[in-house]
Design a protein. Structure first.
Length: 454
């Protein structure tokens, strides 16, 4: 057995062991992730100290961004819940689209909000609406939540200005405008299949626990309508929507500044600073203290209590997400990604299929859509140059679709969805993992159809 095959076999055994330890033996995911990560590192030939260091670095790199985003986003969500802003937006959506189509509305909102923001940022911004709409309509959390994550995931993987998509655009020398146009043509039907359509089918088959600690904090239970059906003492719909869109607007302005202004421009520097996801969320949170707290006459003590209360349930979530990032890093440093790249280079598939396949394999092995997309673009770009005739923009879409396939236990996003929706590992595999796989396969299918037209 050659070394690359052995590494891939070890990675497969590690993933299976992780699922069995958590789902069958009920070992806490945090403990299971640490144990399997270290075991994989040693089995793959890493010195024990290096395996520990790789895991530690993975945890730090993951939480360095996600912990701040989840913390600030959860506080903003708590403000939306306690002020009634989440209820106001949810009620408006329900009234506008009707209960029957509200899950479609959630997908469209996620698709729009997700264009300029990271997946994790969009998720923590919009998940309070999911909890509120689910409670008010009596719909399954899965039926509302899957369209949310599908919309966010599609734009995260396929559309600039997301970093991985932009790197792929540069690697393939694609046109940004055409990539966005083609991405919309491919992304909307893909998100529809993986989101509302799949959610309608799978929701009756998934039974969630009645108690969800995060939902208790973010669903706005203290702001039910009174007997007349009116929501009392809540901010208006306009200011509520504007508050949640503040980070989106700031990040969008930063992207516009990067494209339109000179690199030495002070205005561009300011926009780039404000458009950083962490700064944008902080600005939105501080703004919410005034925009959402003022109509309810919240005191400083109340604001402090809201922030403290909502952070407690996130501790376990962050530990598990961090451990997932550690597992990812051990996979990368043990050489699994390199083994897949070597396998791909020896194939003779068409550029579109090769781009999708390489990205998919790296995604499954490492758990990172960003790593999968950027690595695959670097591998496939020189091959595509030698095989002219394929639109560079379609290569970006095919690579992005492949990078979203089969999210499982080595992906920090898997644990984020699992913990927020209070699902078991098997339930997360049946919902989130299948959603991501539908996105990957449908995204490739629609890209191939578009290639026939072009």
């Amino acid at each position: 057995m050659n070394p690359d095959t052995r590494l891939l076999l070890y990675a497969l055994v590690a993933v299976v062991a992780l699922i069995v330890l958590i789902a069958t033996f009920k070992l806490h995911p945090f403990v299971a992730l640490i144990s399997v990560s270290l075991g994989l590192g040693v089995a793959a030939g890493m010195p024990p100290a290096a395996a520990v260091k790789a895991f530690q670095d993975g945890v730090g790199n993951t939480l360095g961004f996600i912990a701040i985003v989840v913390g600030l986003g959860t506080m903003l969500g708590k403000m939306m819940a306690e002020s009634g802003a989440a209820a106001r937006i949810a009620t408006t959506l329900i009234d506008a689209f009707g209960e029957r189509y509200v899950h479609w509305a959630v997908m469209v909102v996620a698709f729009i909000v997700g264009i300029p923001v990271f997946f994790q940022v969009g998720f923590v911004l919009l998940v309070p609406l999911v909890f509120t709409i689910a409670r008010r309509t009596g719909m399954s959390l899965i039926k509302i939540g899957i369209p949310l994550v599908a919309g966010l995931s599609v734009v995260h993987g396929m559309l600039p200005p997301h970093p991985a998509a932009m790197l792929a655009v540069i690697a393939y020398n694609a046109d940004v405008g055409r990539t966005i146009l083609y991405g919309l043509l491919v992304g909307l039907p893909t998100a529809s299949l993986a989101g509302p359509i799949f959610a309608t089918w799978v929701a009756p088959r998934i039974v969630l626990p009645p108690d969800n600690p995060i939902a208790r904090q973010l669903e706005g239970s203290s702001n039910d309508p009174d007997a007349s059906g009116a929501v009392q003492q809540t901010p208006g719909f306009g200011i509520s929507l504007f508050t949640v869109l503040v980070p989106v607007i700031l990040m969008l302005l930063a992207s516009v500044g990067d494209a339109a202004l000179d690199s030495t421009s002070s205005v561009r520097s300011v926009l780039h600073f404000l458009g950083n996801p962490i700064v944008a969320l902080l600005v939105a949170l501080l703004f919410s203290f005034w925009s959402l707290g003022r109509p309810r006459h919240f005191t400083r003590q109340q604001l402090m209590k809201f922030c403290n209360d909502c952070l407690a349930p996130t501790a376990t979530i962050l530990l598990v997400i961090g451990a997932g990032g550690g597992f990812n890093q051990v996979l990368v440093q043990s050489g699994v990604g390199r083994a897949i790249a070597n396998m791909a280079i020896g194939s003779h598939a068409s550029p579109l299929l090769l781009a999708w396949g390489v990205a998919a394999l790296i995604r499954v092995a490492t758990g990172s859509a960003t790593v999968a997309m950027t690595t695959a673009a670097g591998i496939v770009a020189p091959i595509a140059v030698a095989m002219p005739g394929t639109h560079a923009e379609l290569l970006v879409l095919a690579t992005g679709a492949g990078s979203l396939v089969l999210s499982h236990v080595n992906d920090a996003g898997f644990w984020l969805i699992k913990e927020f929706f209070n699902m078991t590992v098997p339930q997360t595999l049946k919902t989130w993992t299948v959603t991501e796989t539908i996105i990957g396969v449908a995204g490739l299918g629609f890209t191939l159809l578009l290639s026939l037209v072009l």
